[in-house]
Design a protein. Structure first.
Lengths: 312, 382
């Protein structure tokens, strides 16, 4: 059976090193899916919301909020997730309040290792599982995961708990969570990287961890911010000695050699990451702007759509 | 070095510890390694310690891998890179689990107690999964290195946390866990009967305990009971140690180096972190604005267009037929560079307004720093 295409899955986990553009990619994927008529939820963790502002919408906080038609965002924080989880397990809010408004108890729950991560990933996977009026609440849930190390910690919790926790409700939850995370029909992991040496090294290492440690189906590799090959090698060599010229040619030649050097190194890194990671690679362009907003997300979404069209 | 770019090196002279902090993806690890290399070149014995699980530092230093003990960057690596150092450069990567184990071994009253803790399921999970555990152990290791070894400079690279502040708060959070009085009170009756396994029915607050068991399963509570029981008496040692670590951070021989790239996300983090450090009375020794696009067209003169560039190109020997097309691309590239440089400058002004520490602006390098020679070039920029 062929795995479904990325946006036809129920959960897409977007991972990568800090600063590679995970949130931009998450926002662009969500935009594409919502334009295709899907109901999409983007979950962010760690308390810093970037996706809604990238889409030009106000931050949603811990309550789901519609940023664009059919596109919702939510920031999953352990405190609120714990409460939701507590109500779910205990069935009744009154019981929950009795227990959780007890300071002693809150302290105690905070002490169980991995519980904060568990309720965080639990809340997200619960959204994947939710059914309303006979159909899933969300066609697609996108998890904008934290940077490398923390993403592995978060995604590993269900499996880790199954190794450590004896039978009981916690283990039961860990089991269904793991079932979703590891199902290639429902879940796909996207690796985002930049065409630079260190991010590529980290992507290769993260990919190995995903394979060895997480067993989450790997779906795609996105190489973000690829500079355009604007000058040939010959032109690059020709321009280098002109850098010492006065204005206007000197500075222009300098800008050009910087761009060319960056593009050449990016091409090498792209080739390296492609040969090291056996996933279909999508290359996203470097945008000539320092700031990110709806316009940048639109352009990345367009590039993703083109790439998907070419792949099909 | 261009004088207008500033420097953080004078502010670090005479310091014995530098802690690099900042958002993920700003080049913190490379800056940390470059600071250590600089001291080694001046004749000092310098160590860079990373807690980055992605092992980036080994790459940059040409070492195959880094472990929980320091390894010296071999002289051949210096020779190959054409970098001369009068001193020595060491590097290591923090192994969180090992550092925990060492800490437990140091504080345990006897080997039997030590083994019981090391074998406890909750302990094993805590030492690898508990959020903040990594940051706590980084501080712990830093203290050990700073007090037990004879380095002239130790540079600590902090983990790429979602919250750069975690490393300040983590010790308290983790200490809460091992020394949780509230938890001990709930568990006390069961512990009092001298059993390691605990029966929920015997617990004070039996109802709460039952509800809790519904959450976690009973075995978890038993593990936690055993864990807290074994940690009894060790908590004070841990707490003293954490206080000593905190005191170390505020000492004048320790300097925090804030690393930021010119993106709003990274600058927000740097400003927040700076505020938090000030609350803790921990001064920021230096500020590194990293990966900044150079301003190639300073002043207010309009940017050159295709026509203005085609002439000089032809004069330098480019064929007339090719000059126009190349000049067009040159003009576009310079304009793009300047647009990015201007946006970054505006972002950085906000940073410099908020933080008045000695600072340096490091231009985006033409190629990634991936070897000792590249690190040496970066160090010269700092």
């Amino acid at each position: 059976m062929n795995p479904p295409s990325l946006l036809d899955r129920r959960l897409v986990v977007v991972t990568g090193k800090g600063g590679v553009g995970k949130s931009t990619v998450s926002a662009a994927l969500a935009l594409l899916a919502s334009r295709a008529g899907k109901r999409v939820l983007v979950c962010e963790v760690g308390g810093q919301e970037r996706v809604a502002p990238l889409l030009g919408a106000p931050r949603s906080g811990a309550t789901t909020r519609e940023a664009r038609p059919g596109l919702f965002t939510v920031s999953v924080v352990p405190g609120a997730a714990m409460r939701e989880y507590g109500v779910m397990v205990l069935r009744f809010r009154a019981v929950y309040d009795l227990v959780f408004e007890n300071r002693l108890m809150r302290y105690f729950l905070g002490a169980v290792p991995g519980l904060a991560e568990l309720v965080t990933i639990g809340k997200i996977l619960h959204e994947v599982k939710m059914v309303e009026d006979g159909r899933p609440r969300w066609d697609l849930v996108i998890l904008d995961a934290p940077a490398t190390g923390h993403a592995v910690q978060l995604l590993r919790v269900p499996a880790a708990l199954m190794d450590t926790v004896p039978a009981g409700p916690l283990r039961h939850d860990a089991e269904w969570m793991r079932a979703i995370l590891e199902d290639p029909g429902r879940t796909g992991l996207v690796l985002v990287t930049l065409p630079e040496e260190m991010p590529v090294n980290e992507a290769i290492e993260l990919d190995a961890q995903v394979r060895d440690l997480l067993a989450i189906p790997r779906a795609a590799l996105f190489v973000n911010a690829m500079p355009e090959a604007r000058f040939t090698l010959e032109e690059h060599r020709l321009l280098e000695p002109l850098e010492v010229d006065g204005e206007p040619l000197g500075p222009a030649a300098r800008a050009a050699t910087l761009q060319a050097a960056r593009a050449e190194s990016a091409a090498r890194e792209l080739a390296r990451v492609r040969s090291a990671i056996d996933l279909p690679a999508t290359v996203l362009p470097l945008l000539a702007r320092a700031e990110w907003g709806p316009e940048a997300v639109d352009r990345i979404a367009a590039a993703l759509a083109t790439a998907a069209g070419e792949a099909a | 070095m261009r004088p207008d770019q500033g420097s953080v090196l004078p502010a670090l002279e005479g310091r014995r510890v530098a802690v690099c902090v900042g958002a993920g993806g700003v080049g913190k690890t490379t800056v940390a390694a470059a600071l250590a290399l600089h001291r080694a070149r001046l004749g000092g014995k310098a160590l860079v310690c990373t807690i980055d699980p992605a092992r980036r530092l080994a790459n940059a230093l040409g070492l195959r891998s880094l472990g929980n003990v320091e390894s010296r960057v071999p002289e051949e690596t210096f020779a190959e890179a054409g970098v001369r150092a009068r001193g020595q450069l060491f590097a290591m990567m923090l192994d969180v689990k090992r550092t925990w184990d060492d800490l437990v071994a140091r504080h345990a009253p006897d080997p039997a107690r030590r083994d019981r803790i090391l074998g406890n399921r909750l302990y094993r999970q805590m030492s690898s999964v508990l959020a903040g555990s990594q940051e706590y152990m980084a501080m712990e290791k830093l203290y050990e290195l700073a007090t037990d070894r004879d380095y002239d400079l130790i540079v600590l690279d902090t983990p790429p946390t979602a919250h750069a502040l975690d490393f300040l708060e983590a010790p308290d959070r983790v200490l809460d866990f091992v020394g949780n009085d509230a938890a001990r009170r709930v568990l006390a009756p069961a512990l009092g009967v001298g059993r390691l396994g605990l029966r929920l029915a015997q617990m004070g607050g039996g109802y709460l305990a039952k509800v809790l068991a519904r959450f976690t399963g009973e075995g978890v509570l038993e593990d936690l009971g055993e864990f807290l029981h074994n940690f009894q008496g060790m908590y004070e040692g841990f707490k003293e140690r954490a206080a000593a670590v905190r005191a170390l951070l505020a000492r004048p021989e320790v300097g925090f180096v804030l690393v930021a790239s010119p993106s709003h996300v990274s600058i927000d983090e740097a400003v927040a972190l700076h505020g938090r450090l000030r609350e803790e009375a921990i001064p920021v020794a230096g500020l590194v604005a990293n990966r900044v696009t150079p301003d190639l067209w300073p002043g207010r003169a309009p940017l050159p267009d295709t026509g203005a560039l085609a002439g000089p190109l032809v004069a330098s020997g480019v064929r007339v037929a090719a000059a126009e097309d190349l000049a067009g691309r040159l003009a576009r590239t310079l304009a793009e560079n300047q647009a990015i440089a201007a946006a970054e400058r505006a972002a950085l002004d906000r940073l410099f307004e908020a933080i008045s520490s000695p600072r340096v602006v490091v231009p985006r390098l033409e190629s990634d720093v991936h070897d000792l020679a590249g690190l040496a070039r970066l160090a010269e920029r700092l």
